[in-house]
Design a protein around this ligand. Sequence first.
Ligand SMILES: NCc1[nH]cc(CCC(=O)O)c1CC(=O)O
Length: 322
Amino acid sequence: MSGKSTKALRLGTRRSRLAMAQSGQVAEAVSQVTGRPVELVEITTYGDVSREHLAQIGGTGVFVTALRDALAKGEVDFAVHSLKDLPTTQPEDLVLAAVPVREDPHDVIVARDALKFTDLPRGARIGTGSPRRMAQLNAYARSHGLDIETVPIRGNVDTRIRYVHDGELDAVVLAAAGLSRIGRIDEVTDFLSIDTVLPAPGQGALAIECAADNASLIAALGELDDPFTRIAVTAERSLLAALEAGCSAPVGALADLLADGQIVNEMRLRGVVGTTDGTRMVQLSTTGPVPETHDGAMALGRELAAEMLAQGAAGLMGERAL
Ligand SMILES: NCc1[nH]cc(CCC(=O)O)c1CC(=O)O
């Protein structure tokens, strides 16, 4: 060890298996691009200790606040968040220095007996704490004559899968990205189509955050940024913000590229809002040139949100008050 260039960078992380896995992967990448060692600093967040349902502890960003406090106090140099857990308002003293390439954004089912979603028997109990997943699964069930019951659960990914192995639930719904990061993607019994369940805004993407005044670190972390993922999640999160909804609202959004042969020429943004019982849904999509700027991506999200609001989206989001 000699000189300041080998001084370790401190990465603040939650202690859950998922957080440790994604922080470990980012630590390695950051170490590669900076040539500096990265040390993990474990931080406990309110979302980790509370036994209440996530929707009830209310507000957004319960997983994020403690990490941001540690960043603001200079106790850590940067933090890694699941982008879908980040509130849409950005604190002025912090920046998202990088949004790396997104993993598979799909939601998936882990069910008993290797069952697919549409093969679940009458009365099957499906665990999810997400109003967004409940709304869309119930809407699909209603329109396809499936008889399922969505059961509110919370807990980390391992805990949720255990409900199925213990026989308490027939299935649970999870994000493919999370399972893949913790090495349990093999346990998926069904990938839910995007037409069935639109993922949460930012699902599958990570955000690497640091202090806004640390220009050299921002530049170094910026090497891990994927411009398209950033444009896509910016549009998705702009839609969420314009609906005045948080990360526990029944809102799904996904931006993806449409290609004509080899040539990518358009971006499609899809959005959905629904009541958790699946009786009422507003689902819209817009397609246009790939936005070239942050402001362009923001505008796309706002425009789709305005159309959704014009079709009554606000009245379907009662859950956001919880
Ligand atoms: N709210 C918890 C959470 N935050 C991020 C992920 C998965 C990874 C991701 O979507 O990036 C999960 C678990 C899940 O929804 O299954």
